[in-house]
Design a protein around this ligand. Structure first.
Ligand SMILES: [Zn+2]
Length: 71
């Protein structure tokens, strides 16, 4: 059975998203703070918070790092 890439990505709070395009600060990594229709993300480079629509996050996502044990 093959998985189609259009499947929803199982984002979870605490996960690190690596996006294709870097933030102006140079970091491509964001931590998930809150889930919903929009994801609340904090930039790991400069600490800035953004709201990103889930579909947009999935489009821009390069890599998802599960950080379930980290606080
Ligand atoms: Zn930044």
């Amino acid at each position: 059975m093959t998985m189609i890439s259009a499947d929803p990505i199982p984002f979870a709070i605490g996960d690190i998203l690596v996006l294709k395009k870097p933030h102006p600060c140079g970091s491509k990594e964001w931590r998930v703070l809150k889930l919903g229709a929009d994801l609340r993300l904090v930039c790991l480079g400069c600490g800035r918070h953004i709201m990103l629509p889930r579909a947009e996050a999935e489009r821009r996502l390069k890599k998802l790092i599960k950080e379930t044990n980290q606080e």
